[in-house]
Write a protein that binds this ligand. Structure first.
Ligand code: GDP
Length: 450
């Protein structure tokens, strides 16, 4: 995940600070130097780093730290607050037109930034909110782009408007708007053509669209992997076309992440969403505070909860809770819970968001890709074993006996020891649920503490 290296470096700085009883000005200065190096290495814009360090330093040598009260933590707190500020402090929603009016959103960005994918991802988000989006293929230079939008639109259950390659993008946008009016679409998202580099033609084309139809929001898609370049690109687009917000893609990759940290400070435009993978569900609303705690390695429990809430089928969850209460948890439920986990992005997605797991918490806790993929394989084996059970066995875990286990092992193509392990895990989970039930009675519900 992005920021891994930055996180690790910041963690080291904080560890050093924490080992000191009281911070001197020299300690703070040294720490600032390290933080500066770490941010530059993460490809954060130089000027942004300079201002950032200045702000942190001013606050850090202030009275709070000089009081000697847990000084290391105080610095973490200040760095955290300044990171949040750097990324815009609050979450910015895409502004929609009031009432039944159609909101026109124009997507812009360089080729390969992830524009077409993000357009479809965004349509999915709007659809979930009860809107009726229309996607418009304005990239007339790459037939593949039109096809890609059509395929993705279909996957999202969203209509795609296309006029092929022989019309001007501005005219396509105009016709699409007419179509939207007739079809009760309330959001029109224009997927425009990118180029490999910023060039005049592209900018002109976007301006022409803006002159032809009323565009309410221009959203720039930038690729986090391109680091500083992405931020320069954003500044140029803003100057030439005017943008309202940014979506940073590919933050799931092994990028240094600097773009996400600099773009607001350089362009003044907020990050609206971040792309966290190739799947159409991998688009997350951007919360500066959560991103900051991710970077600092406090994990992101809030995102995890939100993701779970959005993706776990509510009825299934209710049923599961009921069964847990009555201690009727069976193999069908076990299967359902692994499937829900998969929906949440599998092991790697979940582990990355738990405090101390993703990037840090000390090197010892770092989960390697191999460990994650082993856990995922294990999950797949578990599913195969449950699929090899008879319906009765799934509903009555007590039926399990050695001959049934042998049959299941054979059916799933695994060793008998694997079946034993799965049965053991199942029983442990059931036991855990029983004790959680006991604990939960009369206690507070649904509270998570960091
Ligand atoms: P466009 O040329 O700007 O329209 O870019 P595309 O939408 O075709 O995306 C280019 C490539 O980036 C595709 O292979 C996408 O699957 C991939 N991509 C887009 N967004 C993300 C993301 O958030 N994470 C990852 N890992 N890949 C992405």
């Amino acid at each position: 995940m992005a920021f891994d290296s930055l996180t690790e470096k910041l963690q080291n700085v904080f560890k050093n600070l924490r080992s000191k009883g009281r911070l001197t000005e020299a300690d703070v200065k040294e720490a600032m130097k390290e933080i500066k190096r770490a941010l530059l290495a993460a490809d954060v814009n130089f000027k942004v780093v300079k201002d950032f360090i200045k702000n942190v330093q001013e606050r850090a040598v202030g009275q709070d730290v000089m009081n000697g009260l847990n000084p290391g933590q105080m610095v973490i707190k200040i760095v955290n607050e300044e990171l949040v500020k750097l990324m815009g402090s609050t979450t910015t929603e895409i502004q929609l037109q009031p009432g039944k009016a159609i909101t026109v959103i124009m997507m812009a960005g360089l080729q390969g930034a992830g524009k077409t994918t993000t357009t479809a991802k965004l349509a999915g988000k709007f659809k979930l909110k009860g809107k009726k989006p229309l996607l418009v293929a304005c990239d007339v230079y790459r037939p593949a782009a039109i096809k890609q939008l059509q395929i993705n639109g279909e996957k999202q259950g969203v209509e795609v408007f296309s006029m092929g390659e022989n019309h001007k993008p501005a005219n396509i946008a105009k016709a699409a708007l007419e179509h939207a009016k007739k079809n009760d679409n309330n959001i029109v998202i224009l997927d425009t053509a990118g180029r490999l580099h910023v060039d005049e033609d592209m900018m002109q084309e976007l301006q022409e669209i803006k002159e032809t139809v009323e565009v309410h929001q221009t959203i720039l898609v930038i690729d986090a992997m391109t680091g500083q370049d992405a931020v320069n690109v954003a500044a140029e687009f803003d100057q030439k076309v005017g943008i309202d917000g940014v979506i940073v893609t590919k933050l799931d990759g092994d990028t240094r992440g600097g773009a996400a940290l600099s773009v607001k400070a350089v362009t003044g435009k907020p990050i609206l969403y971040v792309g966290m993978g190739e799947k159409l569900s991998d688009l997350e609303q951007f919360y500066p505070s959560r991103m900051a705690s991710r970077i600092l390695g406090m994990g992101d429990v809030l995102s995890l909860i939100e993701k779970a809430e959005a993706e776990i089928d509510e009825d299934q969850a209710k049923q599961l809770t009921q069964k847990m209460k009555k201690n009727q948890f069976d193999y069908n439920d076990f299967l359902a819970s692994t499937q829900q986990m998969k929906k949440m992005g599998g092991m790697s997605g979940i582990l990355g968001m738990l405090p101390g797991m993703g990037a840090l918490g000390g090197k010892g806790l770092k989960i390697s890709d191999e460990q994650t993929s082993e856990a995922e394989k294990q999950m797949a084996r578990m599913e195969a074993m449950i699929y090899s059970m008879t319906p009765e066995e799934r509903e009555n875990p007590d039926l399990m006996n050695p001959s049934r286990k042998h049959r299941i092992a054979k059916g799933a193509g695994v060793d008998i020891s694997q079946v034993n392990r799965m049965v053991k895990q199942f029983n442990e989970m059931k036991k855990m649920m029983k004790s959680m039930n006991k604990m939960g009675r009369g206690g507070k519900k649904g509270k998570f503490r960091l």
